[in-house]
Design a protein around this ligand. Structure first.
Ligand SMILES: C[S@@+](CC[C@H](N)C(=O)[O-])C[C@H]1O[C@@H](n2cnc3c(N)ncnc32)[C@H](O)[C@@H]1O
Length: 470
C-alpha cells in the first residue's frame, strides 16, 4: 500500500501543455480535468511533469523534460537565475509579465470578488526593470549552496558565501557574484566586504552551530543619493569592527550612514537590538515632490521608490482630493502615503501596528512642516473604533493598504458602518483584496481598477481599487 502511494506521488505525465501563469508565480496546466500547478515553466511550454504533491482538487508538479519551449520565453540575464529565489520570472519578457500580472488581478476580482467591474486601467509598468530596489539584505554563511553541476564536477569550492537564502532553506546561502536588483555601489560593497572578511580571516557565520562572526549585510540606497550600510556580526570584537568600518569608510566615501549591530540571537532580526552608527547620520532620506522621508535602519520604506511614487500619485488621483477632506490612511507604515497626501486635504489620520513606524511617521510630518496629520499605533480593529471616529470625525476618504492577509473582517464591518464616500484600496495580494471588495460591495461600487507593477522579474503585483459609495 505504502509503495503504491509513493509510486503515485512521483507519477510522470508526458507531453503536458502549460496554459497560464497564476498565483504565487506558478504556471497552470490540466490533466484529466485536474488542475496542476508547476514552477519553472512558461505558458506554451510542452513538458513531461513529475507529480510532487497530490491534493483532492489539484496537483503540484515539476518539469523533468521539455519537448517544446514557449514563444514567450526570453534568455534570463542573471547567471543566478534558476537557483536564486529572487527574480523567478526572468525567463519571460517584461510585457508578458505585465500581461499576466494584470490578468491575475482580473481573475481574482472576477472569481473571488464576483462584483461588477469597470474597464481596467492598463497596468502601470515599472520604469526600471533592473536595479530598481533601494534595499537588499545579504547573509553570510560558511555552507554555500552548491549547484548540481558544481557537485558533479568533483572540484573543491570555497564554501563561504555572502548572498541570498536558497528558497525554503534557512541554512543554505547562494554566493552572489552580481545582483541586478539594486543600483551601484551595491554589488561593489558586497564584494568588498566579502573580500575583506576573507583576507582578514573573519569567520562567516554557521547558522546550525551558531558560531562565526560575519552574519549579515544590509545596503540601503536612496533617491537622494544617500547610502546606508549596516554590518551585522555575532559577537563584540571592537578592534576588528573598527578596522572593517574604517576600511569601508575609506573605500566607499559615498556612504552617508555606516552602522553595525552585534547580534548574538538565533536569528538575524535586529528590531530589538541597538544599531550603532559608526560614521555619518543614523538615517538616510528618500524624497517625493519635495517631501522628505527619513529612513532609519529599522524603518520600512517601499523598496521600489520610483514606482512607489507612481503608486502614490495614482492613489492620490483616485482619492480625488480637493483640499477639504478628512482622510484616514489605514496601515500607514511610516506614514508615507499620509504625509504624501497631507497638503492636498484638510487632515489625515494614520493608523499602523508597529510603534516605531508610527514614530517615523510623526518625524516625517515634523521634518516637512506638515501639521495636519495625527498618527496612532495599534491593531487596526481596536484603534479604528467608534471613539476614534467620534474624536476626529467621519472620514470623507479612506486609503487602505493592508498586509498580504488583507483587512480583518471587523475592520471591513467598521468601514461599512462609517461609510466614507470613497475607499482607495491599495493591495499587494489580489486574492485577499478581492475577498474584501466582495464584503464592501454591500455598500460600494468598484469604479476604478489600476494594477501597478512594483517588482519586475517577480510574480508580485500591486493593485489599486477605487470603491465609491452607492
Ligand atoms: C503594505 S504595508 C503598508 C505600507 C504603507 N502604506 C507604505 O506605503 O509604506 C502594511 C502595513 O500594515 C501594518 N499592519 C499589519 N497588520 C496590522 C494590523 N493588524 N493593524 C495595523 N497595522 C497593521 C504593517 O505593519 C505594515 O506597515
Amino acid at each position: 500500500m505504502r509503495n503504491k502511494s509513493k509510486k503515485k506521488k512521483f507519477e510522470i505525465l508526458e507531453g503536458v501543455k502549460i496554459e497560464d501563469m497564476v498565483a504565487e508565480g506558478k504556471c497552470l496546466a490540466r490533466h484529466d480535468n485536474m488542475v496542476i500547478f508547476v514552477a519553472g515553466v512558461a505558458p506554451g511550454d510542452v513538458v513531461d511533469l513529475r507529480i510532487t504533491r497530490k491534493k483532492k482538487s489539484f496537483l503540484e508538479a515539476e518539469p523533468v523534460h521539455f519537448h517544446e519551449l514557449s514563444e514567450l520565453r526570453v534568455q534570463p540575464f542573471c547567471e543566478h537565475f534558476g537557483t536564486c529565489g529572487g527574480c523567478k520570472w526572468q525567463h519571460i519578457g517584461y510585457d508578458t509579465q505585465l500581461y499576466f500580472k494584470q490578468k491575475q488581478v482580473k481573475d481574482n476580482l472576477e472569481r473571488i470578488g464576483k462584483v461588477p467591474l469597470p474597464e481596467f486601467d492598463p497596468i502601470l509598468g515599472s520604469g526600471k526593470t533592473r536595479y530598481y530596489r533601494n534595499k537588499l539584505e545579504y547573509t553570510f554563511s560558511n555552507t554555500s549552496w552548491l549547484t548540481k553541476e558544481q557537485i558533479q564536477s568533483g572540484q573543491e569550492f570555497d564554501r563561504d558565501a555572502l548572498g541570498f537564502h536558497i528558497p525554503g532553506r534557512f541554512d543554505k546561502i547562494l554566493d552572489i557574484k552580481h545582483c541586478y536588483l539594486q543600483p551601484d555601489p551595491s554589488n561593489a560593497i558586497r564584494l568588498e566586504v566579502r573580500k575583506y572578511a576573507k583576507e582578514h580571516s573573519l569567520p562567516f557565520f554557521d547558522i546550525v552551530k551558531q558560531e562565526g562572526y560575519m552574519r549579515n549585510l544590509i545596503i540601503r540606497t536612496a533617491n537622494t543619493g544617500e547610502l546606508m550600510v549596516i554590518v551585522q556580526v555575532y559577537e563584540d570584537r571592537p578592534e576588528e569592527m573598527q578596522a572593517l568600518m574604517e576600511h569601508l569608510a575609506a573605500t566607499f566615501p559615498e556612504i552617508t550612514s555606516l552602522q553595525y549591530v552585534v547580534n548574538a540571537k538565533g536569528n538575524e532580526t535586529f528590531h530589538d537590538l541597538e544599531v550603532v552608527c559608526y560614521k555619518g547620520l543614523p538615517y538616510i532620506h528618500e524624497e517625493m515632490e519635495g517631501v522628505r522621508f527619513r529612513v532609519g535602519p529599522k524603518s520600512f520604506y517601499q523598496t521600489n521608490a520610483d514606482q512607489a511614487y507612481e503608486l502614490y500619485k495614482k492613489t492620490r488621483e483616485l482619492a480625488n482630493l480637493t483640499g477639504d477632506e478628512l482622510v484616514y490612511d489605514l496601515y500607514t507604515g511610516a506614514g508615507t502615503i499620509a504625509n504624501f497626501v497631507a497638503k492636498q486635504c484638510r487632515e489625515v489620520i494614520g493608523i499602523e501596528y508597529v510603534p516605531s513606524a508610527i514614530e517615523d511617521a510623526k518625524i516625517n510630518s515634523q521634518i516637512n512642516n506638515i501639521t495636519n496629520t495625527t498618527f496612532y499605533a495599534g491593531d487596526m480593529k481596536d484603534i479604528l473604533s467608534d471613539e476614534l471616529i467620534a474624536r476626529h470625525g467621519r472620514p470623507d476618504v479612506v486609503i487602505t493598504d493592508p498586509p498580504r492577509a488583507g483587512m480583518h473582517e471587523d475592520v471591513v464591518q467598521k468601514l461599512l458602518q462609517v461609510h466614507p464616500n470613497r475607499i482607495v484600496y491599495v493591495s499587494c495580494n489580489p486574492a485577499t483584496q478581492a475577498r474584501d471588495v466582495e464584503w464592501l460591495s454591500e455598500k460600494y461600487d468598484v469604479t476604478r481598477v489600476q494594477p501597478v507593477d512594483m517588482f519586475p522579474q517577480t510574480h508580485h503585483v500591486e493593485n489599486i481599487v477605487l470603491l465609491t459609495a452607492k
